[in-house]
Design a protein around this ligand. Structure first.
Ligand SMILES: Nc1ncnc2c1ncn2[C@@H]1O[C@H](COP(=O)(O)OP(=O)(O)OP(=O)(O)O)[C@@H](O)[C@H]1O
Ligand SMILES: [Mg+2]
Length: 163
């Protein structure tokens, strides 16, 4: 039987410019619901629907790798993405000792999949059970404009992460 995400009890986790993030627990598993807002983004011609589609495409490309949330389901009409929980935001005190080698792997995977990641910041990096996760793929370009990519800033973003 497949899980009906609509029936879970969702609690608001974060409210950003482009989306609302909710969390729910079911049978010991934690799930995330990302609901894109429907308006046009400030100072940008990119509409939320494009970001929603891009995020789904990226999560599909990355589904076999352990450093990204797993895409579970989506609702095109309401711009909702369901995915696995990937822990808490990285900071000074929770970063793993081997973060350099994890970053090496993440950067390699992102480049191999021709994903131009463009939103490198502390709040888009989480940590769960000692593993780093990169999240928030709405701003990416796929298979073009690789020079605009800021994935190489992953190391310094983690090094400079404040509490
Ligand atoms: N899969 C996930 N697991 C755990 N936490 C998550 C997950 N997805 C999102 N979050 C939390 O919600 C916050 C916002 O998520 P995300 O960055 O995807 O949305 P956003 O609308 O692009 O936010 P912003 O505009 O602030 O970057 C993250 O900083 C993180 O704390
Ligand atoms: Mg974000």
């Amino acid at each position: 039987m497949t899980l009906d995400f609509n029936k879970l009890s969702w609690k608001l986790l974060s409210s950003g410019d482009s989306s609302l993030i909710y969390k729910a627990i079911h049978n010991g598993h934690i799930f995330i619901k990302k609901q894109y807002r429907k308006q046009i983004i400030n100072n940008s011609s990119r509409i939320k629907e494009d970001m929603f589609i891009t995020e789904i495409q990226c999560l599909q490309l990355l589904k076999n790798y352990k450093y990204f949330p797993l895409l579970l389901d989506y609702d095109k009409k309401d711009l909702i993405i369901y995915m696995t929980y990937s822990g808490k935001i990285i900071h000074k005190f929770n970063k793993p000792k081997n973060y350099i080698s994890q970053c090496d792997e993440i950067i390699k995977i992102i480049k191999q999949n021709k994903i131009c990641y463009r939103d490198m910041k502390q709040h888009n990096i989480t940590i769960l059970n000692g593993r780093i996760y990169l999240i928030d793929f709405g701003m990416c370009f796929i298979d073009k404009n690789m020079h605009l990519c800021d994935i190489d800033k992953l190391y310094e973003t983690i090094e400079n992460a404040q509490y």
